[in-house]
Design a protein around this ligand. Structure first.
Ligand SMILES: [Zn+2]
Ligand SMILES: [Zn+2]
Length: 340
């Protein structure tokens, strides 16, 4: 296969500006890297936080996108896991140092010197990208490229959040019913949990979507559920949901904040935390999370609901996500051009 000298990419030049469709040089894979022909790339809320300047240390100019599904187009000389033509998935965690105290303790998600796909490394809003082989995944069969994309962040982070909510959870609340929630609920229901879904007040369409995926109850985040929750996961980037979720949670319950950014958490009475309730965040993912979740997803089987947009409509996809107008997950699809 002949690799062109240039490619098209949607590029973020500065926070607060729309992405621009530009012709940029073809990335070259290093010895441990693969060059990937991108087929689909999920649009994540984290991308919005980067575009909006809430995550303050992006590489610039930047190609966003960390839920990449593609085909290996070339391999570096030390690559072993993949061959040209293989399908491959690339997640948010792009590199870790392997030497800091977190890496040495198996907590590479907390690495002191990490690199992140589509944030400090160029990502998948492009025709091609490169990735460090050891941080990529083989993908399960039975998923189209677009359907597999949301597994790589919404799925992985959702799964890590779900795991951190603890074992023995019977009643699980999920606040914010977007891409991560629509995957997490399927795993939770499969494992016999009762799921209570909370959406923006009055969003009956999303509440209906949650019920269709097995929620025993769905309502607005301003409501209390009919039963006390054993644990709650907050996927919406809204700090006010922390006291709301604590109020809905039983003694000893856990409230897991699954997003990378959240508006300030308002002060709340100690009573809401009393009773050994816990509040915790989820940071990034480990490669083990990825291997576990990608093995589990086809067994559930997790089905993803995607709304696809051509690559050049990335701004439209981001705007619709910001406005809460995406059911399930938004995914950019990259058509196969001539000779590619
Ligand atoms: Zn490290
Ligand atoms: Zn993400």
């Amino acid at each position: 296969m002949k690799i062109p000298e240039t490619m098209q990419a949607m590029v973020l030049e500065a926070p607060g500006r729309p992405l621009r469709l530009l012709k940029v040089p073809m990335p070259r894979p290093g010895p441990e890297q693969v060059l990937i022909r991108v087929r689909a790339c999920g649009v994540c809320r984290t991308d919005l936080h980067i575009v909006d300047g809430e995550l303050t240390e992006p590489k610039l100019p930047l190609i966003l996108g960390h839920e990449i599904v593609g085909t290996v187009a070339a391999v570096g000389e030390q690559v072993q896991k993949f061959r040209v033509g293989d399908r491959i998935g690339v997640p948010w965690l792009g590199y870790t140092c392997g030497q800091c105290r977190y890496c040495r303790r198996g907590r590479e998600n907390l690495c002191d010197a990490p690199k992140f796909t589509g944030y400090t490394l160029d990502g998948g809003y492009a025709q091609y990208t490169v990735a460090q082989e050891q941080y990529t995944f083989h993908l399960p069969e039975g998923y189209s490229d677009a359907a597999a994309a949301p597994l790589l962040c919404a799925g992985l982070i959702g799964y890590r959040s779900y795991t951190l909510a603890g074992e023995g959870v019977e009643r699980l609340g999920i606040y914010g019913f977007g891409a991560a929630a629509h995957i997490t609920i399927q795993v939770a229901v499969h494992q016999g949990r009762q799921v209570y879904a909370f959406t923006r007040a009055g969003d009956t369409e999303t509440q209906e979507f949650a019920r269709s995926l097995g929620a025993v109850w769905a309502g607005g985040s301003d409501q209390l559920p009919p039963e006390e929750l054993d644990a709650a996961i907050i996927f919406a980037p809204v700090g006010a949901l922390v006291p709301a979720a604590l109020r809905a949670t039983c003694k000893g319950g856990v409230v897991v904040c699954g997003g990378i950014h959240m508006s300030d958490i308002p002060s709340f009475p100690y009573d809401l935390l009393w009773g050994e309730r816990l509040v915790r965040s989820v940071a990034n993912l480990t490669r083990l999370d990825g291997e576990e979740f990608l093995a589990l997803a086809p067994k559930v089987p997790v089905k993803t609901e995607v709304q696809t947009f051509p690559l050049e409509q990335a701004n439209e996809a981001l705007n619709r996500l910001r406005a809460g107008q995406i059911t399930g997950a938004a995914v950019l699809v990259v058509p196969i051009g001539e000779g590619q």
